[in-house]
Design a protein around this ligand. Structure first.
Ligand SMILES: Nc1ncnc2c1ncn2[C@@H]1O[C@H](COP(=O)(O)OP(=O)(O)OP(=O)(O)O)[C@@H](O)[C@H]1O
Length: 278
């Protein structure tokens, strides 16, 4: 697979702080991967996300995006467009009077030609199921709708990477489901997703989990495998999701389901369809 992000030996220390927040992180993210980043409060997740968005520069080490060094000022503006950053609270990223204006704003800023602009806006309004909201003012939307509009504003710029920093943490279950559905559509478009989250059910949507503890990557792999490591979960204060816990318990008692279930609903359905022993 093509490497998109290459993090080489990156450490970061905030000015006036006595110790580094990130310590010698090296990893690569391939094009089209969906990576979840988890870890306890203060472990350094947002700092890593801000480095990937070129809001911060490493104290040492280097980050490359498709082979280009992110520290290079010549590429900085382009990097921001190529690595869209979605905040926990999208309110401060809306500028336009309507959803349509907001989508147009970024494109105008990047001098995209009118026909191309309208084509892209219509495409992503459809992909993210926002067609009915185009004429609404962003402040009239629900939290989940706002996050989906925020995602559409990024997607029209055709980024390589979408970075989400706890983007669903303020949403109710329906809002979360809608945003996760939108992310699935985005992943289907081949966009790389880096998703910081404290929600372990959400982690299961990703194909890879990076677990950060005290500024170091302490696990990196298939979320189901990471969730099998009890000692690591204890060390990092994570709780495996119920749907994984139940499948692991069933396996221990000799009931091995074929394939995996990624949601509680899916697992309930599978268990209800098992033949009953009379
Ligand atoms: N601007 C700053 N100046 C100094 N220290 C900072 C700054 N921003 C964050 N920190 C410190 O860096 C450490 C890592 O913070 P960061 O926000 O990256 O953690 P996090 O894993 O995203 O946490 P959370 O899960 O609470 O969002 C924390 O100890 C935090 O206090």
């Amino acid at each position: 697979m093509t490497v998109l992000i290459d993090i080489q030996n990156v450490s970061f220390q905030y000015p006036h702080s006595s110790s580094p927040v990130l310590n010698e992180i090296s990893l690569q993210v391939s094009k089209g991967e969906w990576v979840a980043v988890a870890g306890r409060n203060g472990s350094g997740k947002s700092t890593l996300a801000r480095l990937l968005n070129a809001q911060l520069q490493p104290t040492s080490g280097a980050i490359y995006l498709a082979g280009e060094p992110m520290a290079d000022p010549a590429f900085e503006r382009n990097h921001r467009r190529r690595c869209g950053y979605v905040f926990q609270n999208p309110d401060h990223q809306f500028i336009g009077a309507t959803v349509w204006d907001d989508l147009a704003f970024g494109l105008e800023n990047h001098s995209i030609e009118r026909t191309e602009m309208v084509a892209r806006m219509n495409k992503y309004l459809k992909v993210l199921h926002l067609e009915d909201l185009v004429d609404k003012a962003p402040h009239q939307l629900s939290g989940g709708q706002k996050q989906r509009v925020g995602l559409a504003c990024m997607m029209v710029l055709e980024p390589d990477v979408i970075i989400l920093d706890e983007a669903t943490s303020m949403l109710d279950p329906k809002g979360r489901r809608d945003v996760m559905q939108a992310l699935t559509e985005i992943a289907n478009q081949g966009v790389t997703i880096i998703m910081i989250t404290h929600d372990m059910e959400e982690v299961l949507q990703a194909e890879r989990l990076l677990l950060i503890d005290q500024g170091r990557v302490v696990a990196d792999g298939d979320p189901f495998h990471v969730f099998e490591q009890n000692q690591l979960l204890e060390q990092t204060g994570l709780k495996r999701p119920f749907v994984v816990e139940l499948q692991q318990e069933l396996k221990r008692t000799g009931l091995q389901l074929e394939g995996r279930c990624y949601s509680e609903g899916e697992l309930v359905k599978r268990l209800c369809n098992l033949p009953l022993i009379k």
